[in-house]
Design a protein around this ligand. Structure first.
Ligand SMILES: *Cc1c(COP(=O)(O)O)cnc(C)c1O
Length: 448
């Protein structure tokens, strides 16, 4: 009889509360019910669990924390100082790309020519924009699910049952235990390892090539650097001296060289340098949706597109819409982040600090333990390793990390040297107000 669980109100009674009527209509019964269960579960685990809880109280709690859409994926402010954060979904999309997704989410002419009423090539506007984006004559493009899928498709088309030349210095693990050599092996090609970890020469490639070599693969070691006694062979040299096509996996998807990232390869430079096929991800430095981008001569691109398994790697209309808007619309957040200066980031951090101080004074609470510091940000997401980007952060007590992560919106910073850093490099100035509000709420919650 004393089991506190007994005093928790039943789910149906909570769902019947008027505050949940509109959320039930907007978000659906399954979703809201799951949230009610989660809130009940959380309350059950409190020491004073649920004594005398009222259905209306729990309903109000649920209603206060419902998201705008019935998904458990939550919006996060990326205050890590890492521009392309893999665990936060890599590149955030531009407002234009988000609008394009919404527009394409309805019925759309992704495979129909509205003038003739006949079937049209899928996503031809996006594909044309992608081909044009590199500004190299005679180049066509194709899009698949991600960079890994693009590599697999290249193997299927250019080296079926054959071998691929790859320098031992480029045998890369992408992340989360996925290794490029294993990916290639599963795609049915043999890897002919060339050279050594630190040095590979043209002669190494020339000795390794034989009649069953499908292509030479250049992989940009996008998440590490090798220093010291090193040498590699450039795309130009390979394409001039080898009798097989050269495929360049540049990783991050820069279209053209970026002044701030001088060692980061671009699709344009790789194509102009003589690569027959260039592969990149859409959601790294390009700043677009998850996608595998391929550029090459029209006949090769057509062969990729017509491969029977190409269908298994096909992207959906939402990806095509977001990709086209990223390429043709205003600069995406990743590009914007790369233009920020430390001075600008410092002054934003100082403004946020001042705002927090004003709020604390108005609420008559203790002054906040905070400071503005210089930091070194990074591109991240497997791009520009070793490049640090001058940035600035405000520091907060480390015990705020958890309440900020679970707040609305969630804020993810970085705990370093016993303090929480809220780095502004990857935060849009449009989010400064929401960020300040989230910090103020976390401070209030901690103070209680
Ligand atoms: C990121 C990366 C990949 C994998 O691309 P995904 O889009 O994550 O599948 C492949 N090669 C290189 C060099 C990369 O940096």
């Amino acid at each position: 009889m004393n089991d506190p669980r007994r005093s928790l109100p039943p789910v149906d009674q909570i769902l019947a509360d008027p505050v949940l009527a509109q959320p039930l209509a907007d978000l659906g019964g399954k979703f809201v019910k799951a949230r009610v269960r989660a809130v009940l579960e959380a309350r059950r685990n409190l020491p004073e669990a649920g004594a005398g809880e009222l259905a209306s109280e729990v309903a109000a709690d649920v209603a206060a924390h419902l998201p705008a859409a019935p998904t458990t994926l939550r919006p996060v402010i990326n205050a890590t100082g890492v521009i392309v954060h893999t665990n936060l979904g890599r590149a955030p999309l531009s407002a234009a790309a988000r609008a394009a997704i919404l527009q394409a989410a309805a019925a759309t002419d992704v495979e129909l020519d509205l003038r003739t009423g006949r079937r049209a090539p899928r996503g031809q506007g996006a594909i044309a924009a992608l081909a044009a984006a590199v500004d190299v004559d005679g180049v066509a493009a194709h899009v698949v699910n991600n960079g890994a899928a693009a590599l697999v498709l290249a193997c299927w088309v250019l080296a079926p049952g054959g071998n691929v030349l790859l320098s031992r210095g480029e045998m890369v693990e992408i992340g989360d235990g996925f290794r490029i050599p294993e990916l290639l092996a599963e795609a049915g090609v043999q890897i002919r390892e060339v050279g050594t970890t630190n040095r590979t020469t043209l002669a190494d490639y020339q000795r390794a090539v034989d009649s069953s070599t499908g292509f030479a693969l250049k992989i940009h070691p996008s998440n590490f650097t090798v220093e010291g006694f090193t040498s590699g062979v450039g795309i130009g040299e390979l394409s001039t001296h080898l009798p097989v096509p050269v495929v360049a996996d540049i990783g991050s998807g820069l279209l053209a060289p970026h002044p701030r990232l001088p060692s980061e390869p671009s699709a344009q430079a790789a194509l102009r340098g003589g690569a027959d096929l260039v592969i990149a991800s859409g959601d790294k430095l390009l700043g677009g949706p998850q996608a595998g981008l391929l550029w090459g001569a029209p006949n090769l691109i057509e062969a990729l597109r017509r491969h029977p398994l190409a269908r298994a790697l096909r992207v959906d209309k939402l990806t095509l819409a977001a990709l086209e808007a990223t390429l043709l619309g205003p600069p995406p957040p990743v590009a914007e982040a790369l233009t920020r200066t430390r001075a600008e980031l410092r002054s934003r951090a100082e403004a946020i600090t001042a705002d927090l101080g004003t709020r604390a004074a108005a609420a008559d609470t203790a002054a906040i333990d905070t400071a503005v510091i210089d930091t070194e940000g990074a591109v991240g997401g497997g791009g520009a390793p070793g490049v640090s980007i001058p940035s600035a952060a405000l520091t907060l007590p480390a015990n705020l990390a958890a309440p900020l992560r679970t707040g609305h919106p969630a804020v993810v910073g970085q705990v370093r040297g016993g303090a929480l850093r809220i780095d502004l490099l990857a935060v849009s100035p449009d989010d400064d107000a929401a960020l300040t509000g989230a910090i103020a709420s976390a401070l209030t919650a901690e103070g209680e």
